[in-house]
Design a binder for this molecule. Structure first.
Ligand SMILES: *Cc1c(COP(=O)(O)O)cnc(C)c1O
Length: 387
């Protein structure tokens, strides 16, 4: 058998393997698992989007190769949505590219900007793709710790000058997965000041920009980077419209970054199935009441889970956005040990914080993508167990 490339060997082993094993064992013992592990909405895709897909799928013109950069109508719908949502104008021809889900764009951007040895600034805990794709592209990740004492925002003033000089790109992600943290305006200004000084491309992952509560409205980095000189922003229809399985998103921002990402993509993929792009247009331009309903559902679940955790003696803060709750592991456990104990003794599955990077140790993540009845059952079980 051929030996795999060393870049494959560089990928760290799958950190959730232990948890998966415990899940399988618990299931075999007949335990009824309540799975708060995966960040995948349980709410179905809204009907108006499904109807648009139905119509588009029947049209033979959509059965052929799509254009690489995406339908103009889709990119126009993105630009219109952006203007309404953030009051930022985008040229749909040059400042928008369609993605096969935002993960695809996030995974590809380092290939367009990182040379061997170049540094990418990566938050930890964080979405694992930032670090792995940097390693695959031959880059060197430099970890920016997200600590509770800094409200889970990176401290740019602690990054050494020589690191900043070698850095080509910086990943940031607010509202944040896994911490649920949100960035204030000053944070975006600070990040852009660093980017301007050291010529760094900021890659803002805004997958949760629409999932916020209590009247909070997350910002786009392009509201601050008015010239669009230093940033590209990744958006997803997955979370906003409960479309994780459909695979559609978009990137917007600096035209060179959009061009270079697009150029790379023309050599790798052949775009998004056009019927899905028409469904995406309906999602972005159609009735948005489904988004409001979804937010209300998540907000109720968030309140239930946070109150339940507090009553079980677990330290946690209410997130203002995302469908994640980032909670402290009780004294005396590592993240992995605590998560294993929960599965074994209660059938509750949560994700160990350490799976998102070393800086996530001491925490666990709850994804509130299960219904209120099951949440109530989980809280009952949690209160009954000795922690
Ligand atoms: C879910 C998620 C994504 C990827 O979403 P897709 O558009 O489905 O690829 C990107 N970033 C973060 C932080 C996520 O949680």
């Amino acid at each position: 058998m051929a030996k795999p490339a060393s870049r494959i060997e560089k990928i760290p082993p799958y950190l959730f393997a232990r948890i998966d094993k415990k899940k399988t064992e618990a299931r075999k013992r007949g335990i009824d698992l309540i799975d708060f592990g995966i960040g995948d909405p349980d709410i179905p895709t809204p009907q108006n989007i499904i109807n648009a897909m139905d119509k588009a799928v029947a049209d033979p013109k959509n059965h052929r190769y799509p254009s690489y950069e995406g339908l103009f109508e889709y990119r126009k719908a993105v630009a219109d949505w952006y203007l309404t949502r953030f009051n930022v104008s985008l040229n749909p021809e040059t400042e928008v590219v369609t993605l096969i889900g935002s993960k695809e764009g996030i995974a590809h951007i380092p290939w367009a900007y990182i040379e061997t040895g170049d540094i990418a600034l990566i938050p930890s805990p964080g979405y694992p793709v930032y670090k792995i794709t940097t390693l695959l592209a031959g880059g060197t990740p430099y970890i920016m710790p997200l600590l509770e004492e800094n409200r889970f925002l990176p401290r740019f003033d602690l990054i050494p000058e020589d690191v900043l000089k070698k850095a080509k790109i910086m990943f940031i992600n607010y509202p944040n997965n896994p911490t649920g943290a949100c960035a204030d305006d000053a944070f975006y200004e600070n990040a852009l000041a660093v980017a301007r000084k050291y010529d760094i491309l900021i890659c803002h992952d805004a997958a949760y920009s629409e999932i916020a509560y209590d009247g909070y409205n997350p910002r786009s980095i392009l509201e601050f980077d008015k010239e669009k000189n230093h940033s590209i922003e990744f958006h997803s229809l997955s979370k906003t419209y409960c479309m994780t399985g459909w695979r559609i998103g978009f990137a917007v921002g600096n035209r060179d970054a959009i061009y270079n990402l697009g150029k790379l993509k023309t050599n790798i993929d052949s775009g998004v199935f056009q019927a899905i792009q028409y469904a995406g247009i309906e999602a972005l331009t159609g009735n948005q009441s489904s988004v409001d309903n979804m937010k209300q559902t998540f907000q109720r679940r968030r309140d239930l889970v946070v109150d339940g955790l507090l009553s079980a003696g677990i330290q946690v803060e209410k997130p203002r956005a995302t469908f994640y709750i980032w909670a402290k592991v009780p004294q005396g456990y590592t993240s992995a040990d605590f998560c294993e104990k929960l599965i074994e003794e209660t059938g509750i599955v949560v994700t160990p914080g350490s799976g998102f990077g070393d800086e996530g140790e001491g925490y666990f993540r709850i994804s509130i993508t299960i219904n209120e009845e099951r949440i109530a059952e989980a809280i009952k079980r949690l209160k009954a167990v000795k922690l």
